[in-house]
Design a protein around this ligand. Structure first.
Ligand code: NAD
Length: 264
């Protein structure tokens, strides 16, 4: 293997969901820097197009499409638009996700269903429509979370959804391998990252009565990360690796990016 090229993504095309902001935007910028053409999708059109402009100004190849991951027809349209724009689809990053916070006895069934719809059904539809057009050597990377490995108070729906993504990854990896598709499927499991969702997670600790105020919630949550809080680029590096040919024998694996949280 030529290690100067093994982690590069030149000539590859990536579709990233939930790419307007946060981890999805950072992953999109990173994949573009690594040489991929990136097709960003999100329900947030304005911020999505701004992220594309940033990538293009920095010399990358990028395009945007409005796309709600819960709607199958929009998946068909997004994958078709990506292939039309860049000729193929080699990397799918199932990143779009939402969370909700409530004690189990207070959790509204509609909130539970919405989390499942975006975080689980959306990821399933991504596999369904990407695998149909992907060639051998392609890679799917699913954003699960440490929340897919361990539980916490007040986030039952989110934990359930991220656990499902962890197992969906393994089932898809085995099916793709056994059918000889040459497509790899892996999951990434970050701990708290300072995005809108990460900040909300800390706020919810106060809402749930687990901390008196934001500062004490932040201190308590930071304390369970042996290396402190991570950054979006820490997650982006893991995605580049799993998407690259350097990971050509990795499938069905779960890459934990958590500053040591789950090692304790
Ligand atoms: P974020 O809320 O900042 O961004 C999520 C993006 O997904 C937004 O741009 C949003 O518009 C988009 N989105 C939401 N619903 C959508 C839908 N139905 N269709 C298309 N797009 C939709 O969150 P983030 O922190 O960047 O999280 C990205 C992923 O990483 C999520 O799957 C999240 O669960 C996971 N994650 C986040 C953290 C963290 O601490 N931030 C930790 C572990 C895992």
């Amino acid at each position: 293997m030529d290690y100067s090229k093994a982690f590069r993504l030149d000539g590859k095309v990536a579709l990233i969901t939930g790419a307007a902001r946060g981890i999805g935007a950072a992953v999109s910028e990173a994949l573009a820097q690594a040489g991929a053409s990136v097709f960003l999708t999100d329900v947030l059109e304005g911020p999505g197009r701004e992220t594309v402009d940033r990538i293009v100004k920095a010399g990358g190849r990028a395009a945007f499409a409005a796309h709600d991951v819960t709607v199958e027809a929009q998946w068909e349209a997004a994958v078709a638009a990506c292939v039309q724009q860049f000729g193929q689809l080699d990397i799918l990053v199932n990143n779009a996700g939402i969370e909700t916070a409530a004690l189990i006895t207070q959790c509204e069934v509609d909130d539970f269903r919405r989390v499942m719809d975006v975080n689980v059904t959306g990821v399933f539809l991504g596999h369904k429509h990407a695998i149909r057009v992907m060639k051998p050597g392609s890679s799917i990377v699913n954003l699960s979370s440490v929340a897919g490995i361990i539980g916490t108070t007040g986030h039952l729906a989110y934990h359930t959804s991220k656990g499902a993504v962890r197992l969906m990854t393994k089932a898809a990896a085995i099916e793709c391998a056994q059918l000889g598709t040459g497509i790899r499927v892996n999951s990434v499991h970050p701990a708290i990252i300072a995005t809108e969702m990460g900040t909300n997670f800390i706020k919810h600790f106060v809402d749930l009565g687990l901390a008196p105020d934001y500062a004490s919630a932040e201190t308590a949550i930071k304390a369970i990360h042996p290396m402190g809080f991570g950054e979006t680029r820490d997650v982006a590096s893991a995605v580049i690796f799993l998407a690259s040919d350097a990971a050509k024998w990795m499938t069905g694996s779960e890459l934990v990016v958590d500053g040591g949280l789950t090692a304790a």
